[in-house]
Design a protein around this ligand. Structure first.
Ligand code: LMR
Length: 337
């Protein structure tokens, strides 16, 4: 949807909107837009939040979830949030660069988190809190981090070694770190909205992609990708964000109840994310359409060797202090392969 349509929607809704609960029994509506399928870690978490918010506010808040890019695609949803056409989103951390918050791209650095436990030291600790604070000047309030999982490469030809991606057109999310990552593999990065990836893979506009298995499976990318290498070379997760003006304007008790609902949801979301990805890997296996390769220790080392230089290359974009504080929190050492 173009900005003019968005603006029109916002103006019209402004003309007819009544202030919060102007009619005593009208619920406050939160439109929550996202781009993935409903049976993904994010889709399920959004539904869980809707239910928990209704329970804790005793029906004062109604969360309407619009999944699968039915309302907006990647870039548009951020614009829509800032304009107030929707109130809540959970974009991938790789999609905050265009908003001017480059620090979030620290999460895109290859191999920076060995596992969910290391990741949570950052997302659920003081670094995570200070990252969310950086959104405020953009008119956005950050509420939580939700997990998806670790990304793997897919293509129509086998991916055993880094050289296998050389010259391949690889779809990426809108992150400069991911662009540098693909260039480090001598691949050709192509930024593209999530909703367009299936068709782009099918028609050969791009040759391959990277995603957690839950996205690959629920978007049926496995139908159009003959090979999947379980490289788990990077992380993909979400920041749950709201329009700041909307959030600050909520009655304080309602805001508190929604914060409690978000806390419960985050625990739930981060519990189910790995389970969903594991389950969906079984789904890909069962489809019989995609050959799944588990890298050997040498192959894993070769990918690490090719990709770890991206940390240094991107350090000044992300912020050297931030990078060091993440290393310190997780114990990551870029000199170790
Ligand atoms: C992608 O664009 O690949 C992902 O960010 C989609 C998502 O929201 O998980």
């Amino acid at each position: 949807m173009r900005i003019s349509r968005l603006l029109f929607a916002v103006v019209i809704s402004g003309l007819f909107a009544t202030p919060f609960a102007a009619l005593a029994d009208d619920p406050i509506v939160i439109k929550f837009s996202h781009v993935v399928a409903n049976d993904t870690p994010k889709g399920l978490a959004a539904e869980f939040f809707a239910k928990r918010a209704a329970e804790l506010t005793k029906g004062k808040v109604k969360v309407e979830v619009y999944g699968n890019s039915t309302l907006y695609k990647d870039k548009e949803e951020l614009e829509a949030l800032q304009l107030g056409a929707v109130q809540m989103l959970a974009p991938s951390l790789a999609k905050f660069g265009p908003l001017g918050v480059k620090e979030f791209e620290v999460f895109d650095l290859p191999y920076i988190f060995d596992n969910y436990a290391d990741l949570h030291k950052v997302t659920q600790g003081p670094i995570g809190k200070s990252l969310l604070k950086k959104l405020e000047p953009k008119g956005v309030t950050g509420l939580a981090f939700w997990d998806n999982g670790f990304k793997s490469f897919s293509a129509n030809t086998p991916i055993l070694m880094p050289e296998d991606l050389k010259g391949k057109k690889m779809r990426i999310q809108s992150s400069k770190v991911l662009e540098a990552q693909m260039r480090a593999l001598k691949a050709i990065p192509q930024v593209m909205a999530f909703s367009e990836v299936y068709q782009a893979l099918q028609t050969g506009v791009v040759d391959g992609t990277e995603n957690p298995i839950s996205n690959l499976f629920t978007q049926k990318f496995f139908e159009v990708q003959k090979h999947l290498a379980l490289t788990e070379h990077g992380y993909l997760g979400y920041a749950v964000i709201v329009n700041k003006k909307f959030w600050d304007g909520l009655p304080a008790d309602v805001r508190g109840q929604l914060e409690a609902a978000m806390k419960d949801t985050t625990e739930h979301a981060n519990k189910i994310a790995k389970e969903q990805n594991d389950k969906d890997l079984e789904g890909v296996k069962k489809s019989g359409k995609t050959a799944i390769h588990v890298p050997t220790p040498e192959q894993r080392r070769a990918f690490k060797k090719a990709l770890i230089p991206v940390h240094e290359e991107m350090a000044s974009r992300i912020g050297k202090d931030l990078l060091q504080s993440v290393y310190k929190e997780t114990g990551f050492d870029p000199s170790k392969l």
